[in-house]
Design a binder for this molecule. Sequence first.
Ligand SMILES: C[S@@+](CC[C@H](N)C(=O)[O-])C[C@H]1O[C@@H](n2cnc3c(N)ncnc32)[C@H](O)[C@@H]1O
Length: 300
Amino acid sequence: MVPHQDDLIANFRQLASTSEPLSRCLKALETGVFTDPEGRTEPLNPRLAFGSAALLAHLSRICPGSLSIEVGFGAGSSATVIMSVRSLVASQFEHIIYEPLEPSHRVGGQLVQAYLENYFGSRFRLRRKLSQIGLAQLYDERGPETVGLAFIDGSHHYEYVMTDFLLADMLCCEGGFIVFDDAWAPAIETVLSYVEANRLNYSIMHLAVDNTSVLKKVGRDVRDSLAFKPFPVPARSDWTLLPEEQRRRRRLIESYGAAGDVTITGHITAVPEAPIEPAAPRGTAGSPLARQFLQREHCV
Ligand SMILES: C[S@@+](CC[C@H](N)C(=O)[O-])C[C@H]1O[C@@H](n2cnc3c(N)ncnc32)[C@H](O)[C@@H]1O
């Protein structure tokens, strides 16, 4: 079960009292300023939501395997949380982060990066690459199902998030987690909506805490090769916030079952679904789209 956000935060605080990097990170999240052991400071910009940090700490504790990955270093708070907790629970762990920008071109995170390099040494692996390239290379390097936790917080454009999902899915092992930051953003919600309709080997906790959704891989993908289910797309543009009522409804997520599965507790669409035509029998020219295609190709 993913505990309630308040409990996640209480656990996060407790854990931070046992870890130097985590306590620095907690303080930075509270104050908006990161301070290194020499007393140098840097504004924490961008700043991860507190609930998201607490959720990442929880998942870093329970995720399977020794490899975790992350898309988008930003100011490094998510990397700090994941690595700090992984180092508490596993003697051997690796965390690989994909971030295309040079430190000097990022808004912040230069001091955090130097601190993590110094504290975690070679276990901190920041690869200066676009995730679409880096994750595909990682798949080549390490093979399928080698990752226990993937945190996606890079480009927020739909096709990039979908690509991050696709590659993270190929890398994620059974029992592993894929986490999306800013999951209320319509582009990201659309990816989740696709997964909910089409990828039944994932359990979804949409907006499990403020801002963040979690997928847990609970089995193999057994769809046949032409399978596709229509899925709802939110009728909101850009960064329009969810109406409060929908936010409240979406935070109803209940609990994992006895086997550790996440329960799906409600459809994640934000708008009434458009009526969906009954599917035409497979292999026929029954649907309007198929008819259009066949006419264009002069088949009928
Ligand atoms: C919101 S920030 C990440 C914040 C980070 N999780 C933290 O805790 O500070 C997004 C980052 O993603 C990076 N980014 C954008 N597109 C990317 C891509 N295609 N691959 C990897 N990183 C990307 C940006 O340069 C930026 O540093």
